[in-house]
Ligand binder design. Structure first.
Ligand SMILES: Nc1ncnc2c1ncn2[C@@H]1O[C@H](COP(=O)(O)OP(=O)(O)OP(=O)(O)O)[C@@H](O)[C@H]1O
Ligand SMILES: [Mg+2]
Length: 240
């Protein structure tokens, strides 16, 4: 994996039509970090992830990668800059094979010779995908689909992996497996920005975290500190 990463979103505003969703969100991811965004339903987490991968235009604010302004860049520019997005709901092509879905992640790559080798790495990380490589993605279980979506992201050789809802709807055993695999990916030099409903799991996995409420960052800091904060424990973990 090449290069140090610095991803910096500053005062991002974004929305849909007449509805503004994000009101000045600033989030940073540094090389080597796992950063998570937590917050209740509908507060704008996925909207931020769409901005962070160039899928949704900013109305105000900036996004920079390695100091280069990406505020008006296309989603393909973000991929080329090293950002891969694993979207909410996984968005696989259900009538295409697992292998072809994985290859979709490499569509902008020029180094065709290395793509097969990276496919083997994904299969090594998620052996069940190797077993099912010829099967349509639509026939996979939820956990296998998430593995396939993460694998597809890795096929872009990202420096920053954006994952929107890692654990939603998955059994604890599968969530543990995915979390372990994310740590391995991170140790290989890929920074991770994660949106997660399961706040406890997210704060265990992450180095730092941001809390978003109604389109604004309301708390941020070291994940361990936030996990110990009584306000966070009460509001997001149901703990007193
Ligand atoms: N494509 C869209 N068109 C119009 N409004 C949208 C669109 N996508 C999201 N919204 C609205 O923007 C707001 C924020 O949605 P977003 O999906 O970013 O929230 P979220 O924090 O990811 O929620 P969840 O935890 O349920 O995934 C919501 O009010 C939602 O209805
Ligand atoms: Mg969402």
């Amino acid at each position: 994996m090449s290069g140090e990463l610095a991803f910096l979103a500053s005062d991002v505003e974004a929305g849909y039509g007449d509805v503004q969703v994000l009101w000045g969100v600033s989030i940073e991811v540094r090389a080597g970090e796992i950063v998570c965004i937590v917050g209740s339903n509908g507060v704008g987490k996925s909207t931020f992830m769409r901005c962070a991968s160039g899928l949704l235009p900013l109305r105000a604010g900036t996004i920079a990668i390695d100091g280069v302004d990406m505020s008006t860049a296309s989603s393909a520019d973000f991929v080329r800059a090293g950002v891969a997005h694993v979207p909410e709901g996984r968005r696989l092509f259900s009538a295409m094979s697992v292998r072809d879905n994985l290859l979709m992640g490499a569509y902008l790559r020029e180094d065709k010779a290395e793509i097969e080798a990276d496919l083997e790495k994904v299969y090594a990380s998620f052996p069940i995908l190797a077993e099912r490589r010829k099967q349509d993605a639509g026939t996979l279980s939820g956990g296998e689909q998430q593995m396939c979506a993460i694998g597809r992201g890795m096929m872009a050789r990202p420096r920053l992996l954006l994952i929107d809802e890692l654990s939603l709807g998955l059994a604890p055993r599968i969530v543990d497996l995915l979390s372990d695999q994310l740590r391995v990916i991170n140790e290989q030099g890929v920074a991770v920005l994660l949106v997660e409903q399961d706040v406890m799991n997210a704060l265990e996995l992450a180095d730092r975290a941001y809390v978003i409420d109604r389109g604004r960052v309301t708390a941020s800091g070291e994940a361990a500190e936030l996990a110990a904060d009584p306000r966070i424990r009460e509001a997001y973990m149901g703990l007193a």
